[in-house]
Design a protein around this ligand. Structure first.
Ligand code: ACO
Length: 221
């Protein structure tokens, strides 16, 4: 039987997975990333049902109602799907925690190896914790991990131009705007333009965490 970590993920099949990253100290508390757990379901559902208006505006349109897709009962299937992608080396799905409590999600998806060695990054944070540097700290941890243990060379992120908080997160994290994808993604029921941002390993020689700490956005414990 393949050795597994405390969350049941097989160890050693894909570089950099499973992983626990951080913490970094922010204005809202200690931010860390860890693989999603089945018991995240209660907090995941509570936050997503409360934050529907805040999240729905930016998330891809998915079949089914918000209530039903974000009910506590919906989590095991989502958790299992994320876990499956991680097992196949296609994604790095993280729960973001603040002082140990579930606070949101960060996913590195569409991981392609070979000569491309790239992936995209996406995230959300509970509205009651927003504006305290959590997403930026989480992105910095993920960037350094992807360019380190995971062995990627480039990360991309797409964001609606109207989503200024997320644009700020990417720009604070060193991502560079490469262009505008027209009518790129079906979000909140319509085809929405998205900026594409990218970062390659050469652009952040000291690492994203180092850069964030230098700018005063977080500190080490
Ligand atoms: N206009 C301009 N800037 C804003 C606004 C606004 N209305 N609101 C907040 N900001 C700024 C903040 O001041 C902060 O910048 P600063 O440090 O220069 O002051 C920045 O936006 C937010 O930075 P953080 O505090 O690190 O981010 P936070 O933890 O608040 O999380 C996030 C940001 C993830 C975008 C959160 O708002 C969220 O979950 N939104 C809903 C879901 C979402 O949009 N996810 C991102 C989709 S795009 C993608 O995944 C690539």
């Amino acid at each position: 039987m393949q050795p597994a970590d405390a969350d049941g993920f097989p160890i050693g099949r894909h570089p950099g997975w499973p992983a626990r990253l951080g913490p970094l100290i922010t204005a809202r508390g200690a931010v860390a990333l860890r693989p999603p757990r089945l018991r995240d379901g209660a907090a995941w559902s509570r936050i997503r049902l409360q934050d529907r208006a805040y999240l729905q505006e930016w998330e891809p349109t998915v079949v089914g109602g918000w209530q039903e897709r974000n009910a506590r009962m919906a989590w095991p299937a989502q958790w299992s799907a994320l876990r499956g992608m991680a097992r196949r080396g296609q994604a790095l799905p993280f729960s973001i925690t603040v002082d140990g409590d579930f606070a949101g999600q960060l996913t590195v998806g569409n991981i392609v190896r070979g000569a491309l060695r790239s992936g995209w990054i996406g995230y959300w944070v509970a509205s009651r914790l927003a504006g305290g540097g959590i997403a930026t700290a989480a992105v910095a941890l993920a960037v350094d991990h992807c360019f380190g243990a995971v062995g990627l060379h480039r990360l991309e992120a797409t964001v609606r131009p109207e989503n200024q908080p997320s644009v700020r997160v990417l720009e604070k994290s060193g991502f560079r705007r490469e262009g505008l994808f027209h009518r790129y993604l079906d979000v909140a029921g319509a085809w929405r333009d998205h900026y594409v941002y990218a970062l390659t390993i050469e652009e952040i020689p000291g690492g994203a965490v180092h850069r964030l700490i230098e700018s005063g956005g977080a500190s080490r414990p």
